[in-house]
Ligand binder design. Sequence first.
Ligand SMILES: [Zn+2]
Length: 393
Amino acid sequence: MKIYQKFIMTAVLFGLFFSFCACSSAVEKIVPAVAPVLPKSVTLIAAGDNILHNTVYNSAKTAEGYRFQAMYDSVEPIISAADIAFINQEAPMSSLHEPSSYPTFNSPQEIATDLLAVGFDVFNLANNHMMDKGVKGVLSTLNYLDTLPVHIIGAFASEESRKQPVILTKNGVTVGFLGYTYGTNGITIPKDKPYLVGLIDDDILRTEVSALRSQCDFLIVSMHWGDEYHHQPNDEQKRLAQLLAELNVDVVIGSHPHVIQPMEYLTSANGHRTLVVYSLGNFISSQNKVDTMLGGLLYVKLTKASDGYCFIAQSGLLPTVTHYDNSYHEFKIYPLDNYNESLSKKHRLFIKGQTLLNPTYLQQLAQEIWRDNIIGFDELSNKFAPINVEPLV
Ligand SMILES: [Zn+2]
């Protein structure tokens, strides 16, 4: 019995010794061969409605053409620093039509190159003004944008181009985009060209979102929806947002109400989290209500973990103000943090007696709607600052 126990003991010790040797040699072999897989991230900035009323484009007119870039100067550092920057361009840019304003808009083509120069690289064209110059206006706009390094969503020249996925690849992460609008101001989309503008429709959303979902790490959907001048989303917006959450959309960028509406995270039945901003308000316009002067930039950091799991690592909203003077000049978008009282007293709306056009009221309004989702200009700028790594000594 004792001899048998000794034999077992010796065998176990031998086993342990050899397995230890085997493990150490395996470790020695594997460690240098496998590099650690690090998470990858993409930063996204999104702006709301870019509405060029005649007062806006007339103030940009020079002998050499329209020059809009200075209007975006104050927010340009944020926009250009983001990996991806989205904007809703609320009008066609047709070369076949003169620039025009409310009720049927056409923006000077220079706005496209100037938005690109500011850093925007995804233009949404699914909005209620896209048919303002008819089919020709949409096609002329698309022909022009085809010559520029920009990604277009929400309007298409053919059925084939509508089926082409819009997917941007940045830092090894793929981000897909889709865009839809509730309607086109009663101007009908021809029956033989149903592809022309993306219209909100449950079946279309289900089909197109599902088709793109499997092709990208993150899926962003622009929704032009809601009630104008209302600070809260209506029931239809909430229903559609939940539908998009169930379809595993990651971010819903809302626009159209001309004023800001809340941001929230929705969770689908299968546990997918969707970030929804119901309205980013106007980015630029010369509307004449105080609340329409307050808009914002959405900031999102999209992260793909080493195991492939994709999640929103950070999000926030930077409130912005559209400024213009008493003679409809000096159009400029300011981060609300940098909009002071002496400037606000030069705003046309303040001069015309709308004294709520002041930083205190705008701060209160932003706080009421966006609460702790608000991010300051400096804090947001720091997110894009290069990280200083101390050298190892
Ligand atoms: Zn609109």
